[in-house]
Design a protein around this ligand. Structure first.
Ligand code: 5GP
Ligand code: MN
Length: 344
């Protein structure tokens, strides 16, 4: 983000405004951490700020400072639409195209002519915002919100609430500081956040050690369903709606399951297929190691996108047809996936 843009934004923020902050649909730790981190920062300047999530998110994220003020567009459409229409400024965080707010909310956002600021690290950002801070090399949108506050000259203002929110997203998007986008700078930011009051041990506990018994049983089932194609260094997991129901599935319960498939020795590409009969889709989560781009594969075949090593997508076909399609698609990527190539 260039200096003139920052100074324009600084001017915008110098008097109290009506501000709306939006994360992507099915918000994750980085989406909620970045929006609530920014929310707690803007509160310091007495802006009338509201985070509006397109829909609900997992319980393990519902303790972040400011969480009790979040509106959910899906269930609070009228109130949310009024807020968006009255906004002087809309921040869109952790997504690269308006449809990622879900079609209902995207329509309302599209109709609004107000100033928009995008902060995001996903690939191929759309050009809808007045100010775009996009950097696909960043570990997380939370790290970018830290940079944004620093660019505004306000790093000294980061308090324990802001620090806690930003810590959450950096931690979840880096797989606890292990994915390749984790840099020395990421660790420096994390160090600063701890210094400013983020309780790292408590945050890890709140996010990762609040499993229900049924979630662990569902993980057991997912692991039983794990299939491996060793010659293509690929592994995949499926969970049907009946299996989710059997283990009392709640939003967020399958978060991270796909990483177990990727943890198999020698595997560089992992997928998880989760049936959702309500939306009539198979939700697809893709992860990879090294140069194999799941963003490209998802964009080309599964109506999605994301990052090189983590992407999402969907299929309108049955579970069986989706998996068969997936297996046949793998043949197109044989050169990249087969054992002689691209060893991470
Ligand atoms: P997940 O598998 O956890 O749903 O998604 C992995 C990553 O890809 C996340 O960063 C998520 O925001 C992103 N992602 C998921 N679905 C889509 C999609 O349809 N389009 C784009 N651009 N990114 C996605
Ligand atoms: Mn993110």
């Amino acid at each position: 983000m260039i200096k003139t843009q920052i100074s324009e934004i600084k001017t915008l923020l110098s008097t109290p405004k009506n501000i709306v902050i939006v994360p992507h649909i099915n918000p994750d730790g980085d989406a909620m951490g970045s929006t609530l981190g920014l929310y707690n920062y803007l509160k310091l300047y007495n802006h009338n700020t509201t985070v509006i999530a397109p829909n609900d998110y997992p319980d393990f994220l519902k303790w972040l400072p400011g969480d009790d003020t979040v509106l959910k567009f899906e269930t609070q459409q009228e109130e949310s639409t009024t807020k968006i229409n009255k906004a002087d400024l809309i921040f869109t965080l952790d997504f690269n195209a308006l449809h990622r707010a879900g079609h209902l909310m995207a329509d309302v956002l599209e109709l609004s002519n107000t100033t928009k600021i995008m902060i995001d690290h996903h690939q191929q950002p759309d050009d809808y915002a007045t100010y775009t801070y996009s950097d696909v090399t960043m570990s997380s949108t939370c790290e970018m919100v830290y940079n944004f506050i620093e660019m505004l000259g306000d790093d000294a203002k980061i308090d324990s609430k802001i620090a806690t929110c930003l810590y959450v997203g950096i931690m979840t998007d880096t797989g606890s500081f292990r994915f390749p986008a984790t840099t020395a700078r990421t660790h420096q930011v994390i160090g600063n956040l701890i210094q400013k009051g983020a309780n790292n041990s408590e945050i890890h506990n709140n996010i990762y050690d609040t499993n229900s018994y049924s979630r662990l049983q569902l993980l057991g089932r997912a692991m039983q369903n794990l299939k491996v194609i060793p010659e293509l260094r690929t592994a995949y997991i499926s969970l049907t709606q009946a299996e989710l129901d059997q283990f009392n599935y709640k939003k967020g319960d399958t978060e991270g399951f796909v990483n177990y498939a990727l943890s198999l020795k020698g595997i560089i590409f992992a997928a998880m297929f989760t049936e959702n009969t309500k939306d009539n889709i198979i939700k697809i989560s893709l992860r990879s190691k090294g140069n194999f781009s799941v963003n490209e594969l998802s964009r080309s075949h599964f109506n999605g996108g994301g990052h090189t090593n983590a992407a999402g997508g969907r299929s309108a076909e049955s579970m069986e047809n989706t998996i068969n399609k997936f297996i046949s698609i793998l043949q197109q990527y044989k050169n990249e996936l087969s054992i002689t190539q691209n060893r991470p």
